[in-house]
Design a protein around this ligand. Structure first.
Ligand SMILES: C[S@@+](CC[C@H](N)C(=O)[O-])C[C@H]1O[C@@H](n2cnc3c(N)ncnc32)[C@H](O)[C@@H]1O
Ligand SMILES: [Zn+2]
Length: 270
Protein backbone atom coordinates (compact mmCIF):
# COMPACT_ATOMS: atom_id res chain seq x y z
CA UNK A 1 0.00 0.00 0.00
CA UNK A 2 2.70 2.50 1.06
CA UNK A 3 4.79 1.61 -2.01
CA UNK A 4 2.01 2.82 -4.35
CA UNK A 5 1.91 6.30 -2.82
CA UNK A 6 5.69 6.44 -2.26
CA UNK A 7 6.08 6.35 -6.05
CA UNK A 8 4.11 9.62 -6.25
CA UNK A 9 5.69 11.52 -3.37
CA UNK A 10 8.47 14.12 -3.49
CA UNK A 11 10.04 16.21 -0.76
CA UNK A 12 7.95 19.36 -0.07
CA UNK A 13 11.15 21.34 0.61
CA UNK A 14 13.38 20.39 -2.33
CA UNK A 15 11.24 18.11 -4.61
CA UNK A 16 13.76 15.23 -4.42
CA UNK A 17 12.70 11.58 -4.02
CA UNK A 18 11.60 10.35 -0.61
CA UNK A 19 12.40 6.89 0.69
CA UNK A 20 11.07 4.85 3.57
CA UNK A 21 13.60 4.61 6.41
CA UNK A 22 11.34 2.84 8.95
CA UNK A 23 7.70 1.84 9.38
CA UNK A 24 7.05 5.29 10.92
CA UNK A 25 9.20 7.62 8.81
CA UNK A 26 10.03 8.68 5.26
CA UNK A 27 13.14 10.72 4.48
CA UNK A 28 14.17 12.99 1.62
CA UNK A 29 17.09 11.49 -0.29
CA UNK A 30 18.61 14.94 -0.84
CA UNK A 31 17.95 17.40 2.05
CA UNK A 32 17.21 14.71 4.66
CA UNK A 33 13.83 16.17 5.68
CA UNK A 34 11.83 13.54 7.59
CA UNK A 35 8.10 12.84 7.23
CA UNK A 36 6.22 10.89 9.92
CA UNK A 37 4.03 7.98 8.79
CA UNK A 38 1.07 7.67 11.18
CA UNK A 39 -1.55 4.89 11.06
CA UNK A 40 -3.98 7.46 9.56
CA UNK A 41 -1.86 9.38 7.03
CA UNK A 42 1.62 10.30 5.81
CA UNK A 43 2.50 13.67 7.30
CA UNK A 44 4.33 15.79 4.69
CA UNK A 45 3.79 19.00 6.69
CA UNK A 46 5.24 18.24 10.11
CA UNK A 47 8.99 18.61 10.31
CA UNK A 48 10.37 16.83 13.34
CA UNK A 49 11.50 19.45 15.89
CA UNK A 50 9.70 22.38 14.16
CA UNK A 51 6.30 23.98 14.91
CA UNK A 52 3.48 23.38 12.40
CA UNK A 53 2.43 26.33 10.17
CA UNK A 54 -0.25 28.45 11.92
CA UNK A 55 -3.75 28.61 10.42
CA UNK A 56 -3.85 31.97 8.56
CA UNK A 57 -7.59 32.74 8.83
CA UNK A 58 -10.57 32.15 11.14
CA UNK A 59 -11.98 29.84 8.46
CA UNK A 60 -8.85 27.69 8.49
CA UNK A 61 -8.78 27.65 12.32
CA UNK A 62 -12.28 26.14 12.12
CA UNK A 63 -11.09 23.55 9.55
CA UNK A 64 -8.51 22.44 12.10
CA UNK A 65 -10.95 22.21 15.02
CA UNK A 66 -12.30 18.77 15.89
CA UNK A 67 -15.65 20.20 17.03
CA UNK A 68 -16.20 22.02 13.70
CA UNK A 69 -15.05 19.02 11.67
CA UNK A 70 -17.53 16.76 13.48
CA UNK A 71 -20.38 18.92 12.11
CA UNK A 72 -18.66 19.83 8.83
CA UNK A 73 -20.39 17.63 6.24
CA UNK A 74 -23.89 17.54 7.73
CA UNK A 75 -24.22 21.17 8.85
CA UNK A 76 -21.30 23.53 8.19
CA UNK A 77 -20.58 22.95 4.48
CA UNK A 78 -24.26 23.25 3.41
CA UNK A 79 -24.71 26.35 5.62
CA UNK A 80 -21.61 28.19 4.34
CA UNK A 81 -22.45 27.30 0.71
CA UNK A 82 -25.84 28.99 1.14
CA UNK A 83 -24.35 31.97 2.99
CA UNK A 84 -21.88 32.70 0.17
CA UNK A 85 -24.12 31.67 -2.75
CA UNK A 86 -27.09 33.71 -1.62
CA UNK A 87 -29.98 32.08 0.21
CA UNK A 88 -32.75 31.13 -2.21
CA UNK A 89 -30.44 29.82 -4.95
CA UNK A 90 -30.40 26.12 -5.75
CA UNK A 91 -27.26 24.55 -4.26
CA UNK A 92 -26.51 21.02 -5.44
CA UNK A 93 -26.54 18.31 -2.80
CA UNK A 94 -23.45 16.11 -2.39
CA UNK A 95 -24.55 13.51 -4.95
CA UNK A 96 -25.44 16.13 -7.59
CA UNK A 97 -22.15 17.95 -6.96
CA UNK A 98 -20.11 14.76 -7.30
CA UNK A 99 -21.90 13.97 -10.57
CA UNK A 100 -20.53 17.25 -12.01
CA UNK A 101 -16.96 16.34 -10.99
CA UNK A 102 -17.35 12.71 -12.12
CA UNK A 103 -18.37 13.77 -15.64
CA UNK A 104 -15.67 16.43 -15.99
CA UNK A 105 -12.97 14.08 -14.66
CA UNK A 106 -14.29 11.36 -17.01
CA UNK A 107 -14.27 8.87 -14.16
CA UNK A 108 -15.52 5.48 -15.18
CA UNK A 109 -14.42 5.86 -18.81
CA UNK A 110 -11.12 4.71 -17.37
CA UNK A 111 -11.24 2.49 -14.32
CA UNK A 112 -7.60 2.96 -13.44
CA UNK A 113 -5.20 5.90 -13.15
CA UNK A 114 -4.03 8.18 -10.37
CA UNK A 115 -6.31 10.86 -8.93
CA UNK A 116 -5.78 13.58 -6.35
CA UNK A 117 -8.54 14.95 -4.12
CA UNK A 118 -6.80 18.21 -3.21
CA UNK A 119 -7.89 19.61 0.16
CA UNK A 120 -10.05 16.53 0.65
CA UNK A 121 -11.45 17.75 3.97
CA UNK A 122 -13.60 15.15 5.70
CA UNK A 123 -13.28 12.83 2.70
CA UNK A 124 -16.74 12.68 1.12
CA UNK A 125 -15.44 13.23 -2.42
CA UNK A 126 -12.33 11.08 -1.80
CA UNK A 127 -14.65 8.22 -0.95
CA UNK A 128 -16.82 8.85 -4.02
CA UNK A 129 -13.77 9.05 -6.30
CA UNK A 130 -12.43 5.79 -4.89
CA UNK A 131 -15.79 4.11 -5.48
CA UNK A 132 -16.05 5.43 -9.06
CA UNK A 133 -12.59 4.12 -10.05
CA UNK A 134 -12.01 1.10 -7.82
CA UNK A 135 -8.89 -0.05 -9.71
CA UNK A 136 -7.28 3.40 -9.50
CA UNK A 137 -5.07 5.04 -6.89
CA UNK A 138 -6.82 7.92 -5.11
CA UNK A 139 -4.84 10.29 -2.91
CA UNK A 140 -6.66 12.58 -0.47
CA UNK A 141 -4.53 15.49 0.70
CA UNK A 142 -5.34 18.08 3.32
CA UNK A 143 -3.41 20.29 5.75
CA UNK A 144 -5.88 19.75 8.62
CA UNK A 145 -5.20 16.76 10.86
CA UNK A 146 -8.77 16.89 12.22
CA UNK A 147 -10.16 16.68 8.65
CA UNK A 148 -7.84 13.81 7.78
CA UNK A 149 -8.90 11.82 10.85
CA UNK A 150 -12.52 12.24 9.68
CA UNK A 151 -11.51 11.25 6.13
CA UNK A 152 -10.05 8.00 7.52
CA UNK A 153 -13.51 7.12 8.87
CA UNK A 154 -15.25 8.24 5.66
CA UNK A 155 -13.04 6.08 3.42
CA UNK A 156 -12.80 3.04 5.68
CA UNK A 157 -12.64 -0.14 3.59
CA UNK A 158 -11.46 1.69 0.43
CA UNK A 159 -8.21 -0.11 -0.30
CA UNK A 160 -7.34 2.30 -3.13
CA UNK A 161 -7.30 5.45 -0.93
CA UNK A 162 -4.13 7.00 0.52
CA UNK A 163 -4.30 10.00 2.82
CA UNK A 164 -1.50 12.54 2.94
CA UNK A 165 -1.14 15.61 5.11
CA UNK A 166 0.22 18.30 2.80
CA UNK A 167 0.21 22.01 2.09
CA UNK A 168 -0.97 23.34 -1.29
CA UNK A 169 1.89 25.86 -1.09
CA UNK A 170 4.44 23.01 -1.13
CA UNK A 171 2.69 20.02 -2.66
CA UNK A 172 4.66 16.84 -1.89
CA UNK A 173 4.34 15.10 -5.28
CA UNK A 174 6.43 14.42 -8.36
CA UNK A 175 5.48 16.32 -11.52
CA UNK A 176 3.13 14.84 -14.12
CA UNK A 177 1.78 11.96 -12.04
CA UNK A 178 -1.98 12.62 -11.79
CA UNK A 179 -4.71 11.95 -14.39
CA UNK A 180 -7.02 14.38 -12.63
CA UNK A 181 -7.12 16.74 -9.66
CA UNK A 182 -10.41 17.31 -7.84
CA UNK A 183 -10.41 20.45 -5.66
CA UNK A 184 -13.90 21.28 -4.38
CA UNK A 185 -14.73 23.97 -1.86
CA UNK A 186 -11.19 25.03 -1.03
CA UNK A 187 -9.76 27.79 -3.25
CA UNK A 188 -11.33 30.45 -1.00
CA UNK A 189 -9.09 29.23 1.85
CA UNK A 190 -5.82 29.51 -0.07
CA UNK A 191 -3.59 32.57 0.31
CA UNK A 192 -2.48 32.25 -3.32
CA UNK A 193 -5.04 30.56 -5.63
CA UNK A 194 -2.97 31.29 -8.77
CA UNK A 195 -0.02 29.53 -7.09
CA UNK A 196 -2.36 26.56 -6.59
CA UNK A 197 -3.36 26.54 -10.32
CA UNK A 198 0.35 26.52 -11.24
CA UNK A 199 1.11 23.71 -8.79
CA UNK A 200 -1.81 21.60 -10.07
CA UNK A 201 -0.69 22.17 -13.67
CA UNK A 202 2.75 20.76 -12.83
CA UNK A 203 1.28 17.69 -11.10
CA UNK A 204 -1.06 16.74 -13.97
CA UNK A 205 -0.16 14.41 -16.82
CA UNK A 206 -0.65 15.92 -20.31
CA UNK A 207 -4.38 15.71 -21.03
CA UNK A 208 -5.15 15.67 -17.29
CA UNK A 209 -8.17 17.55 -15.92
CA UNK A 210 -8.39 20.04 -13.03
CA UNK A 211 -11.83 20.48 -11.44
CA UNK A 212 -12.57 22.91 -8.62
CA UNK A 213 -15.42 24.78 -6.96
CA UNK A 214 -15.54 27.91 -4.85
CA UNK A 215 -17.41 31.22 -4.31
CA UNK A 216 -17.59 34.16 -6.71
CA UNK A 217 -17.33 37.80 -5.69
CA UNK A 218 -20.79 39.34 -5.30
CA UNK A 219 -22.54 42.19 -3.46
CA UNK A 220 -24.78 40.06 -1.27
CA UNK A 221 -24.85 41.27 2.33
CA UNK A 222 -24.75 37.67 3.64
CA UNK A 223 -21.64 36.95 1.57
CA UNK A 224 -19.88 40.17 2.65
CA UNK A 225 -20.60 39.44 6.33
CA UNK A 226 -19.36 35.88 5.83
CA UNK A 227 -16.10 37.15 4.34
CA UNK A 228 -15.56 39.51 7.27
CA UNK A 229 -16.29 36.73 9.79
CA UNK A 230 -14.14 34.03 8.24
CA UNK A 231 -11.36 35.71 6.23
CA UNK A 232 -12.07 33.69 3.07
CA UNK A 233 -11.21 35.03 -0.42
CA UNK A 234 -13.81 34.99 -3.18
CA UNK A 235 -12.94 34.60 -6.87
CA UNK A 236 -13.35 37.21 -9.60
CA UNK A 237 -15.09 35.23 -12.36
CA UNK A 238 -13.85 37.61 -15.07
CA UNK A 239 -10.21 37.08 -14.14
CA UNK A 240 -10.42 33.33 -13.51
CA UNK A 241 -10.31 32.05 -17.15
CA UNK A 242 -7.57 34.56 -17.95
CA UNK A 243 -5.46 33.36 -15.01
CA UNK A 244 -6.01 29.68 -15.88
CA UNK A 245 -5.09 30.27 -19.52
CA UNK A 246 -1.93 32.13 -18.46
CA UNK A 247 -0.92 29.07 -16.41
CA UNK A 248 -1.31 26.95 -19.57
CA UNK A 249 -4.74 25.32 -19.14
CA UNK A 250 -7.22 25.00 -22.02
CA UNK A 251 -10.91 24.05 -22.42
CA UNK A 252 -12.38 26.16 -19.57
CA UNK A 253 -15.88 25.03 -18.51
CA UNK A 254 -18.06 26.72 -15.87
CA UNK A 255 -21.27 25.91 -14.01
CA UNK A 256 -22.89 28.36 -11.56
CA UNK A 257 -25.39 28.02 -8.70
CA UNK A 258 -25.94 31.58 -7.53
CA UNK A 259 -22.45 32.68 -6.52
CA UNK A 260 -21.20 29.14 -5.95
CA UNK A 261 -19.51 27.82 -9.07
CA UNK A 262 -17.46 24.91 -10.36
CA UNK A 263 -15.01 24.91 -13.24
CA UNK A 264 -12.91 22.42 -15.18
CA UNK A 265 -9.82 22.95 -17.30
CA UNK A 266 -7.45 20.61 -19.13
CA UNK A 267 -3.67 20.46 -19.37
CA UNK A 268 -2.92 20.27 -23.11
CA UNK A 269 -1.58 17.02 -24.57
CA UNK A 270 2.20 17.24 -25.00
C1 LIG B 1 -14.17 23.87 3.08
S1 LIG B 1 -13.05 22.51 3.14
C2 LIG B 1 -13.45 21.56 1.67
C3 LIG B 1 -13.21 20.11 1.89
C4 LIG B 1 -13.71 19.18 0.77
N1 LIG B 1 -12.95 19.33 -0.44
C5 LIG B 1 -15.16 19.44 0.50
O1 LIG B 1 -15.49 19.89 -0.61
O2 LIG B 1 -15.98 19.18 1.39
C6 LIG B 1 -11.52 23.26 2.67
C7 LIG B 1 -10.31 22.40 3.00
O3 LIG B 1 -9.12 23.06 2.52
C8 LIG B 1 -8.07 22.73 3.39
N2 LIG B 1 -6.94 23.66 3.25
C9 LIG B 1 -6.88 24.95 3.59
N3 LIG B 1 -5.66 25.46 3.38
C10 LIG B 1 -4.91 24.45 2.86
C11 LIG B 1 -3.55 24.34 2.45
N4 LIG B 1 -2.71 25.39 2.54
N5 LIG B 1 -3.12 23.17 1.96
C12 LIG B 1 -3.97 22.10 1.88
N6 LIG B 1 -5.27 22.13 2.26
C13 LIG B 1 -5.73 23.29 2.76
C14 LIG B 1 -8.75 22.82 4.77
O4 LIG B 1 -8.01 22.18 5.78
C15 LIG B 1 -10.10 22.20 4.51
O5 LIG B 1 -10.15 20.83 4.80
ZN1 LIG C 1 14.31 17.48 0.46
Amino acid sequence: MLTQVLDLLACPSCSAEVTQTSSTELKCSSCGRGAPVTPAFIDMVREPGKPDPAAPTTAQKLMESTAFVRLYEAVMRPFFSRLFAGFGNHIPDYAEEFEIYRKWLKLGEENTGTWLDLSCGAGYFTDQLAGAVPEATVVGLDISEAMLHKAVQETVGRRNVHLVRGDVRQLPFKEGVFDGVNNPGSLHLYADPVGAYEAVFRLLKPGGVYVASTFAVNDLVSSRIGVRMTGIRRTDLKQLPVQLEKVGFVNYRLIKFGSVFAFAVTKPEA
